[in-house]
Design a protein around this ligand. Structure first.
Ligand code: FPP
Length: 239
């Protein structure tokens, strides 16, 4: 079975998981971090080289202040508690999203994680934090426009390849598979550029219940898909 090199996950349903148990939403997010840990451990064994997770979107700021602060706290705790284990297991951490507008302590922790693990190669864990696909595309357009105005690049040199190489995800291959838990059927501003040809798998389970078996099932589903990238299926192209 061919495994995708890059799997991206929208970890949705923490709030509903907590509500179903009569627990506060933060309990769902805590359980979500545990599911994330298990997924990071399982990914390399399943042949995955890049795992991207949507941890905080640029739209999540509109949640109640207390929930935003809980999510920020959980990210800090995750880096502080798990960075040593991630490093020991050869995990390289990359962060995508608008880092510039994050609190300095969070930005510092994220940069520390990226620097410490920069040379690891067992798995690249891409944390999408303060991330929005449209925001990423606009920031990239601004970066290239500035370079053009300064005469560093010519307008003609801007291509799909050079644009991709200027996104937050520069150097990371596009995800072949995007998984979303919790039964919602949308991308919610996640990897809009990169997911152009991704296969999508939607699972009914809430993120805290996501297990290695769900991941293996999604990979099997992916292996049965026919990917055409806008072309024809091999048998149609031959006839
Ligand atoms: C969606 O569930 C999940 C999020 C907005 C955040 C995902 C965060 C985690 C899994 C934990 C934090 C991760 C790190 C690395 C700190 P929801 O709250 O939208 O659930 P609902 O749709 O059921 O309300």
């Amino acid at each position: 079975m061919t495994s995708p090199a890059h799997v991206a996950i929208i970890m949705d349903g923490n709030g509903r998981w907590a509500k179903a148990r009569g627990l506060p939403r933060v309990a769902g997010h805590r359980a979500g971090v545990e599911a994330l840990r298990k997924t990071v451990r399982a990914a390399p064994q399943l042949g995955i080289s890049y795992l991207t997770v949507y941890a905080f979107s640029s739209e999540n700021w509109s949640r109640p202040k207390s929930e935003v602060s809980d999510l920020m706290g959980l990210l800090k705790l995750f880096i502080r508690r798990d960075l040593a284990e991630l490093h020991q297991n050869g995990v390289r951490v990359r962060v995508v999203g608008d880092k510039a507008s994050l609190q300095t302590d969070i930005r510092g922790l994220l940069e520390e994680a990226e620097t410490l693990t920069a040379n690891n190669d067992a798995l690249t864990l891409v944390i999408a934090f303060n991330y929005g696909g449209r925001d990423e595309i606009v920031r990239t357009a601004q970066k290239l426009a500035l370079a053009a105005v300064r005469g560093e690049i010519s307008i003609d040199s801007i291509s799909t390849e050079s644009f991709a190489a200027s996104l937050d995800t520069a150097g990371i291959p596009d995800p072949e598979l995007v998984i979303r838990t919790s039964g919602e059927l949308r991308l919610s501003n996640f990897l809009l550029w990169q997911a152009a040809y991704s296969e999508l798998v939607f699972l009914p389970c809430y993120w805290p219940d996501f297990s290695q078996d769900h991941l293996a099932d999604a990979l099997r589903d992916f292996a049965g898909r026919e990917r055409r990238f806008g072309g024809l299926a091999p048998r149609e192209a031959a006839s």
